[in-house]
Design a protein around this ligand. Structure first.
Ligand SMILES: NC(=O)N[C@@H](CC(=O)O)C(=O)O
Ligand SMILES: [Zn+2]
Ligand SMILES: [Zn+2]
Length: 387
């Protein structure tokens, strides 16, 4: 039709989605870190506790314990020894070995746990709880992680124990990963929440649960919706590294742990939760020492040894988020509140120095060195009053 304006079809390119880029293997300064700041800054907080710690036994225990005692007042001690800490008697004997293992350890309080097996006796658990020295029971799905072979396969077999724990208010600490061969290792936490944890909690009303070392946005969402009976620990390394840090440019065995570090989106969700002041999440370093040769091997062990640098790392993470005022809640207040314990009276002071922290890259044990977590970026926060 002559004279009529021609309809032109505008073909518009779809708006470009911002590329979901993961940081490269090397840390880039964030906006928060670019803000000029005072050269020296001090931060005094109540002394922290570690709500998920592996101390092991014997020579390893002697070597790693002082690293925790230097900064922490109390720690939930994981029971995955060989053989595991299963009964009240086992826990009492292990506690004595811990207290005997290091000078100055008298100021440190190990909070003991029992390893849940399909043969655990509910009355033994209740007796352990009644001592006041055993604070939780640890659930490892059989085969999920280091020394978990004695863990649970058939959840019906532990029903009686879980019901007793709900009755007496004793928390269940959970390694939350399925072990199903077909489920991808990066999906094992999310699948566990949906297919194991949620049904288990629904079947046992009143059971208090700590989701240990959460690593995904899925876990963050589940925790947020979970109500007062649900808490979670977050490790130092899951707040600092993603899977690119572990795998790009070469495989870094000292970043390998379980649950394995995930993509950046998940790390960011964890950091956002921890630095927001959310009260039902707290520090559990999951500092898990293995000899360097056992990690630097064709089939390397899972576990990151972070105890010596944790407080410097965390101050850095909270500073990045502009949330240094929330650090104390995460390290020193939220955990005691969940475990119904008083916060520590003693304090610890961190100082932000111009000079980055220098720390020993490894500690020595009688059987060989253990490599210390290196976040791959300078740490300007120093702990001043180490024990
Ligand atoms: N986190 C780990 O990668 N390893 C822990 C076990 C655990 O906490 O799952 C260990 O005991 O080495
Ligand atoms: Zn675990
Ligand atoms: Zn652990």
């Amino acid at each position: 039709m002559a004279g009529m304006p021609r309809k032109t079809r505008h073909i518009r390119a779809a708006p470009l989605k911002p590329a979901l880029r993961e940081p490269c293997a090397h840390w880039r300064p964030t906006a928060a870190r670019a803000i000029p700041r005072l050269m020296t800054q001090r931060l005094t907080i109540r002394r922290p506790d570690d709500w998920h710690l592996h101390l092991r036994d014997g020579a390893m225990l002697r070597a790693v314990l002082p690293q925790t005692v230097a900064h922490f007042s109390r720690a939930i001690i994981m029971p995955n020894l060989v053989p595991p800490v299963v009964t009240l008697d086992d826990a009492m004997a292990y506690r004595e070995r811990i207290l005997a293992a290091a000078p100055g350890v008298g100021l440190f309080e190990p909070l003991m746990t029992l390893y849940l097996t399909e043969n655990t006796d509910p009355e033994n658990v209740a007796a352990a709880h009644a001592t006041g020295l055993v604070k939780a029971v640890k659930l490892y799905p059989a085969g999920a992680t280091t020394n978990s072979a004695s863990g649970v396969r058939d959840f019906d077999k532990v029903r009686g124990v879980l019901e007793k724990m709900a009755e007496i208010g004793m928390p269940l600490c959970v390694h939350g990963e399925v072990t199903t061969h077909e489920v991808d290792i990066f999906d094992r936490e999310a699948t566990f929440i949906e297919t194991v944890l949620d049904p288990l909690r629904r079947a046992t009303p009143g059971l208090r649960v700590v989701m240990e070392h959460i690593t995904t946005a899925d876990a963050v969402d589940y925790l947020r919706d979970g109500g007062d009976d649900l808490g979670a620990t977050i490790t130092t390394h899951h707040l600092m590294i993603n899977r690119n840090h572990m795998l790009v440019g070469g495989i870094r065995p000292h970043y390998y742990c379980l649950p394995v570090v995930k993509r950046e989106r998940h790390r960011a969700a964890l950091a956002e939760l921890a630095t927001s002041g959310f009260s039902r999440c707290f520090l559990g370093t999951d500092s898990a020492p293995h000899l360097a040769r056992d990690k630097q091997s064709p089939c390397g062990c899972a576990g990151v040894f972070s105890a010596p640098v944790t407080m410097s790392c965390l101050a850095t993470v909270f500073e990045d988020a502009g949330a240094l005022d929330k650090l104390e809640g995460f390290t020193s207040l939220n955990g005691p509140a969940f475990y119904r314990l008083p916060a520590n009276e003693a304090t610890i002071t961190l100082s932000r120095e111009q000079e980055p922290l220098t720390f020993a890259p490894q500690i020595e044990t009688e059987n060989g060195p253990v490599v210390v977590f290196d976040p791959g970026r300078p740490l300007h926060w120093h702990v001043l009053d180490e024990l």
